[in-house]
Design a protein around this ligand. Structure first.
Ligand code: ADE
Ligand code: ZN
Length: 324
């Protein structure tokens, strides 16, 4: 099974590129930019990656990305992940990135975009890896700020496939971002949102009703509402479930008790992704291997999950055909 999963062409719909920053590269960039890290060694950094909830992780995630300063840093971040993922048999990645987390630190959007877009171009030209771009907005910051960032990003609208909504979910309901998502729709941008990771099933319904999203990131807590499950089943809205992330952030206590089998049994359109691979114990292959071991899935389950991901990936019809 492990060899099959390595060889299987895999598609990842939910990946925060800043969450792919491995401690080794963090140290390299810290040295290059003259930044002092709160860790003495790579080993110490890795030892700190023990989380009790989403907020505990987000604190280290925002701290870690402080080493990203120049266009070259963003390029190195992304190409490092793309190369690793390709080596694990990944053929397409839809990548979230967090402009506000960089703007807050004084890093202009142009720097972020130039580095990420250069890495995407290179991946598509020489790695046979296609990349979708999701400009994500931080739900624990004001909607007015998000609207300003979206307007200022006008020169880049043509390069992004969707807008997303991430960061601390509790007490930051989708409805807070109604104006942002309305504006994105006017512009013609596809919309996705994290919902039902730590937040309640109601947030999934809100994201569908108020934000008009085409994809729900995580969504595992839908199982707390039969009505929400039925809506997801009927509409076949895709869920980008992140198994190792859910274990790391204590959304589930053990992978063997993950709700994935129930989601599949209910007939939902499920996919699996790595979310923040540098922090949660590995990339897309590691997530596949862990599910095979913990849930006992056979090859057909993984083929189904990847077929779902191919159907929903932000890519051209021609590339989709190649991937099928
Ligand atoms: N930003 C990066 N990873 C995230 C996650 N798992 N949930 C919400 N926001 C995030
Ligand atoms: Zn996420």
């Amino acid at each position: 099974m492990h060899e099959f999963l390595l060889q299987l062409p895999k598609v990842e719909l939910h990946l925060h590129i800043e969450g792919s920053l491995e401690p080794e590269l963090m140290f390299e960039l810290a040295k290059r930019n003259g930044i002092e890290l709160p860790y003495a060694t790579v080993k110490e950094a890795k030892a700190a990656y023990e989380f009790s909830d989403l907020q505990g992780f987000l604190n280290l995630y925002y701290q870690g990305m402080n080493v990203l300063r120049t266009e070259q840093d963003f390029y190195d971040l992304a190409i490092d992940y793309f190369q690793r993922a390709r080596g694990e048999g990944v053929v397409h990645i839809d990548m979230h990135f967090d402009p506000q987390a960089h703007l807050q630190r004084g890093i202009p959007l142009e720097v972020v975009m130039a580095g990420l877009l250069r890495a995407k171009e290179e991946a598509e030209a020489s790695l046979d890896l296609s990349v979708g771009m999701i400009m994500a907005f931080l739900r624990d910051r004001p909607v007015e700020e998000a609207l300003r960032v979206l307007e200022n990003a006008a020169p880049y609208w043509k390069f992004i496939d969707a807008i997303g909504l991430d960061s601390a979910e509790r007490d930051n309901p989708p409805a807070k971002f109604q104006a942002l998502f309305k504006r994105a729709k006017e512009i013609g941008l596809v919309r996705v949102a994290h919902a039902g990771e730590e937040g309640p099933a109601d947030y999934i319904a809100e994201a569908l009703d108020i934000l008009d999203v085409q994809r729900i990131d995580h969504g595992v807590r839908c199982l707390e509402s039969d009505i929400v499950v039925e809506r997801l089943r009927e509409s076949q809205i895709v869920l980008t479930v992140c198994p190792l992330s859910n274990v790391s952030l204590k959304v589930v206590d053990d992978l063997r008790n993950h709700p994935l089998p129930q989601l599949l049994k209910k007939g939902l359109k499920v996919t699996i992704s790595s979310d923040d691979p540098a922090y949660f114990g590995g990339g897309l292959l590691a997530n596949h291997l862990a599910c095979a071991d913990a849930l006992g899935w056979d090859a057909d389950v993984f083929r189904l999950l990847n077929r779902n991901a191919i159907e929903e990936a932000f890519t051209s019809d021609q590339r989709r055909k190649e991937l099928m």
